[in-house]
Design a protein around this ligand. Structure first.
Ligand SMILES: Nc1ncnc2c1ncn2[C@@H]1O[C@H](COP(=O)(O)OP(=O)(O)O)[C@@H](O)[C@H]1O
Ligand SMILES: [Mg+2]
Length: 402
């Protein structure tokens, strides 16, 4: 978009103890949003990420003025907007369900807000955004003649073209097919950068959040669990929920115990002891009791080697899925109920029931408190028995077929 849409209009957005309680007949109260503090900087793209029903849309609707908060404050550029009607908030929304005007053409839908404000270049700007989002051929059509993916891009164009201080996008790519989604995601990122709109993008798709956002806010059951850059959220998940929700394939999460007599590692079962250099330094660990933890390790951070490797965990191949770019191996450890998934080099050959050895990259092994789920801070800074320099991917091809 052109100079006219420069950054001057963007403002920062602040949520302060924001709450929404719904009262439902027979079910009592539901705290859809249970007190959220969040600052979105001027021009920032914040991804609000969480599972269905966690309160993302309700949060967005409160910012847009479509839902009144039960408590807390919303500020744009420092000024509270709570109580202001939606059209006086300088906020544009692209809803998941489009909310287009059926009797108007696509061009008229996109330009609607600008026309209402008698902006002279409405048609030209509508066309420009439509081009960027790949819907310029549709400008003369009515919404009834569009696919759901096309309607969604029209809704997105209408929000972007308005030059709001704050742009709110609710699952903006959810109705697009895979090819449209990739293309629209890239275009959306460029448009957001060029326009500099302060943007909140709601999504349940961790890949979308991580690839688009400057920072990601992970939400569950009405609460924010972690706010950080995509790298921070991926590399150091604040708790078990975030660890499980972010990343594909999912992080392996294994129950384990740290025993007072053996504080140098985690027992994943009576037979399997995972040595973790530096673990003895784990705070609040010296109390003398046994400690229940969850060990987290991503499938990309496990190295596969021969069963004879004395420093590796003994594992047995349960299933091998040779995908095109990578392979995915599911394995069992003796006495451990949870199966482990390892991402492998694509041309690895593994036989069912084959015995192998697994090495976890200690720097990428996460620990969580089994009760609270919170991340336990420890660091493998004193390697006693350094493992061979461990690239995080791909894995070795050492395992021969049998
Ligand atoms: N108008 C409403 N009345 C009652 N409950 C609602 C209403 N809107 C949302 N909820 C409830 O609030 C919770 C959060 O919903 P929502 O914000 O739509 O979640 P998300 O967008 O993350 O999927 C859900 O339990 C939902 O059922
Ligand atoms: Mg929603």
């Amino acid at each position: 978009m052109s100079e006219r849409n420069g950054r001057s209009g963007a403002r920062d957005l602040a949520l302060d103890g924001l709450q929404k309680v719904f009262r439902r007949r027979g079910q009592g109260e539901v705290a859809a949003v249970a007190g959220i503090d969040l600052d979105v900087a001027e021009g920032e793209l914040l991804g609000l990420l969480g599972p269905s029903g966690c309160g993302k849309s309700t949060t967005l609707r409160m910012i847009a003025g479509l839902e009144a908060p039960s408590g807390g404050d919303i500020r744009i550029g420092g000024a509270s907007i709570v109580g202001r009607p939606p059209h006086r908030r300088d906020v544009a929304v692209a809803f998941e369900n489009y909310a287009l005007y059926p009797p108007l053409t696509v061009a008229e839908n996109i330009a609607f807000g600008m026309r209402a404000r008698k902006e002279p270049d409405a048609a030209a700007r509508a066309r420009e955004v439509a081009e960027r989002l790949g819907i310029v051929d549709l400008l003369g059509r009515k919404p009834g003649a569009l696919s759901s993916g096309q309607k969604q891009r029209v809704s997105l164009a209408r929000a972007i073209v308005r030059r709001p201080s704050v742009l709110l996008l609710d699952e903006p790519l959810s109705h697009l097919d895979a090819a449209e989604r990739d293309q629209t995601r890239r275009e959306l990122k460029r448009l957001q950068r060029e326009t500099g709109y302060t943007t909140v993008l709601v999504t349940h798709d961790q890949h979308e959040a991580l690839s688009l956002a400057d920072r990601v806010a992970v939400m569950d059951a009405g609460r924010l669990l972690q706010v950080g850059t995509p790298d921070e959220v991926y590399d150091a998940p604040a708790n078990r929920f975030v660890a499980d929700f972010v990343g594909e394939p999912r992080m392996n999460l294994l129950a384990g115990r740290i025993l007072p007599g053996t504080p140098t590692g985690v027992f994943l079962s009576d037979q399997v002891h995972l040595l973790l250099p530096g673990l003895a330094g784990l705070p609040e660990h010296g109390a003398g009791g046994e400690r229940a933890v969850i060990v987290g390790i991503r499938p990309q951070d496990i190295r596969l080697g021969p069963a004879a490797d004395p420093g590796a965990l003994p594992a047995t191949v349960f299933a091998h899925e040779p995908l095109q770019e990578v392979g995915r191996l599911t394995l069992t450890l003796p006495g451990v109920a949870t199966r482990i998934v390892v991402e492998t080099h694509h041309d690895l050959v593994a036989a069912r029931d084959e015995a192998v050895g697994l090495r976890f990259d200690p720097a990428r092994t996460h620990l969580f408190d089994a009760e609270t789920g919170e991340r336990l801070a420890w660091s493998p800074n004193r390697p006693q028995n350094p493992s061979p320099s461990a690239p995080s991917r791909p894995l070795s091809r050492a395992t021969s077929s049998s």
